[in-house]
Design a protein around this ligand. Structure first.
Ligand code: UDX
Length: 446
């Protein structure tokens, strides 16, 4: 089978390269000619763990182009164009344009797979609309993608399930054939398109709810003295709950959770259905970064003209994506208070620039970041920060406060070195036997 992928973003590019790794001949199509030029030169256009190696290995199985010509020789066309949020609704204009472009190129039977996340009801509507207009021989399948940025390659090859939203036996068989080299026979679940769309949105909403739940419990721990790491671990040992997505932090971000949750709330509204749990989740998250900003500002009150270092700009670690990043929302809040801020992120510095509203300095690395600063704030859970040499950091910093909003720092080591460490959902005792807590309204010292 020959396969085309239309839209080479955070989902489309890993999917193209991973399918090539499975042995398929791939055509990667994107209207952005700069992106195509870079890919044709062998350069990846986004940072994704393990993807570069896989790209080099499978380069000869993939062609990249801005032209739709490959559609006419493809048995399967996978659409992975963006469906960004516009006025709290999913903007389907890229999907419409992609369809407009491809329909004229369809030859013989084609299985069209939509992987772009679209609000429930969209795929049925699209299929009948295009069948009516083009008269082409195709089936449209909704195949929701569950891969996470930063672990897209791992997730592709280790799916928990492959949901096939379709009622066409021919299309379902082709999709099973597509994934056959992975030997995932038992992982398929065939549903209607509508159920598949709801599964995708409900999965994201549930995970987002789990995050807000643990954030809520972490606030409780911070106030009354429990340790959220122990509590989170203890909760997660119950198999009915599971140990994933129970890490507290500054809230969830990215291009999926906020957008998909707004989308499902909007669809429910159209049918006069209320989703109070999901509505509260997004409201709590929207407010989370404001609460965290206040906590940071309270901690900094003790300094006259504080210089603060912020580690992490991306919406989570191991990606270069800064869309809806909680870190950037917090930085923009802090900038409104005229703070002197220097930032560092392993991969997200360039992408952050379009979202930052004010003047900040960019450091060269994590040690350049902490030179002469009063306070280090950790906002993104990069693995790199876990390995930071705290002895070196202590020497470089002017003052000794670390506000760790992802609980990445080894608290015992930090406290022994004399840092005043504040972490989320924990009380900390510093080497001077004072207690510092992240949730204190007035002051961090007790
Ligand atoms: C998400 C879904 O997980 C994935 O299945 C879907 O295909 C796309 O959307 P992604 O946006 O890449 O993936 O990020 P994810 O790892 O889910 O994290 C989302 C946000 O939640 C990040 O801001 C992350 O920092 C935050 N998060 C995650 C927490 O705050 N705590 C956690 O325990 C887990």
């Amino acid at each position: 089978m020959k396969i085309s992928v239309v839209g080479l973003g955070y989902v489309g590019l890993p999917v193209t390269i991973c399918l090539a790794e499975l042995g398929w001949t791939m055509h990667g199509i994107d209207i952005n000619s700069n992106k195509i030029n870079m890919l044709n030169k062998g350069k990846l256009t986004q940072y994704e763990l393990e993807l570069q190696e896989l790209f080099v290995k499978n380069r000869d199985k993939i062609t990249f182009t801005s032209s739709m010509d490959p559609i006419s020789v493809s048995d399967i066309v996978i659409i992975t164009v963006g469906t960004p949020s516009k006025k709290n609704k999913a903007d389907l204009s890229y999907l419409y344009s992609a369809f407009k472009e491809i329909t004229g190129y369809l030859r013989g039977y084609t299985c069209i797979i939509i992987k772009s996340t679209v609000p429930p009801g969209t795929n049925e509507k699209f299929e009948s609309l295009i069948k009516e207009k083009s008269g082409a021989d195709f089936d449209l399948v909704f195949l929701p993608e569950f891969l996470r940025e930063g672990s897209a390659v791992y997730d592709f090859f280790n799916p928990d399930r492959i949901i096939i939203g379709s009622d066409s036996k021919k299309a379902i068989d082709m999709i099973k054939e597509l994934y056959k080299p992975m030997g995932n026979d038992k992982k398929f679940m065939v549903t209607s398109k509508l159920s598949a769309e709801i599964i995708k949105h409900a999965s994201n909403a549930f995970l987002a709810m789990k995050i807000e739940f643990i954030n809520e419990i972490s606030d409780l721990c911070g106030e009354i003295g429990g340790d959220i790491s122990e509590v989170s671990h203890g909760i997660g040992l119950d198999k009915r709950i599971g140990d994933k997505f129970l890490n507290p932090g500054p809230g969830f971000g990215g291009s999926c959770f906020p957008k998909d949750i707004e989308a499902i709330i909007n669809v429910a509204r159209d049918y006069n259905v209320k989703l109070p749990l999901i509505e509260n989740t997004i409201q709590m998250n929207n407010n989370r970064q404001n609460i965290i900003s206040e906590r940071i500002l309270n901690t900094l009150k003790q300094f006259k003209d504080p210089k603060i270092a912020i580690f992490g700009l991306t919406f989570k670690g191991e990606t270069d994506d800064c869309r809806n990043s909680p870190s950037i929302k917090i930085i923009n809040n802090l900038l409104k208070n005229d703070l002197n801020i220097i930032v560092y992120d392993p991969k997200g510095m360039d992408n952050s620039k379009q979202f930052i509203q004010g003047n900040i300095k960019y450091a060269n690395d994590e040690y350049d970041l902490v030179k002469d600063v009063d306070c280090l704030v950790i906002l993104t859970d990069w693995n790199q920060i876990k390995k930071i040499d705290l002895v070196k950091v202590k020497i470089l910093m002017k003052n000794n406060i670390i506000i760790d909003l992802r609980n990445m720092i080894n608290s015992k080591e930090a406290v022994n070195l004399g840092f005043k460490l504040v972490q989320i959902g924990k009380k900390q005792i510093s080497s001077d036997n004072r207690l510092y807590i992240v949730n204190e309204k007035e002051d961090v010292q007790l």
